[in-house]
Design a protein around this ligand. Structure first.
Ligand code: RP5
Length: 164
């Protein structure tokens, strides 16, 4: 177990990424997943990032979510030191609006995967859902919650359709 018992670590490259991650935290809360939030930077605090990822499995984490903007190397740097699944969220920043972070996060060299989700807030939600799906592989109750979530989502679309 991690010192907090958390299963997911959500790491952001800067506190300025926090607002992008609100949807990620909400989904993890809704599914009852324990997580920690950390600020660590591949460039500004590289030693802390390496130390954290090297000990993350030992601490009991199952999945690591990383959000970063600009030349976003955080997810890759974290993935370099662990075989836990790492999910990367490219954060949108000026002047390239996340295209820079998308390429930096998704274009990992073969051998060190990062599961890259959409840029920005949509990606933050999908990162949380993907983390839940990974943990649901060994948790039938979590699978049931995911199926209920999908049904609710489909029902909301059908309701919107019927109301037009
Ligand atoms: C990245 O640079 C961070 O993840 C953030 O998205 C971006 C800008 O950082 P700040 O200048 O706002 O700290 O490393």
């Amino acid at each position: 177990m991690s010192s907090t018992g958390a299963k997911v670590a959500v790491i952001m490259g800067s506190k300025s990424d926090l607002s992008t991650l609100e949807g990620c935290f909400k989904i993890l809360d809704d599914f009852g997943i324990s997580y920690v939030k950390r600020v660590m930077s591949a460039h500004r605090t590289p030693a802390e990032a390496a130390e954290f990822s090297a000990s993350a499995a030992e601490q009991g984490f199952k999945v690591i979510i990383c959000a970063a903007g600009m030349a976003a190397h955080l997810a890759g740097a974290i993935a370099a030191n662990t075989v836990l699944p790492v999910i990367g969220i490219p954060v949108s920043c000026e002047p390239f609006n996340g295209f820079d972070a998308l390429l930096s996060t998704v274009q990992m060299p073969p051998g060190i995967p990062v599961a890259t989700v959409s840029v920005g807030k949509a990606g933050a939600k999908n990162a949380a859902l993907l983390a839940v799906e990974m943990m649901a592989l060994a948790d039938a109750a979590l699978t049931e919650k995911l199926l209920a979530f999908r049904k609710e989502q489909s029902d909301a679309v059908r309701k919107a359709d019927s109301e037009l």
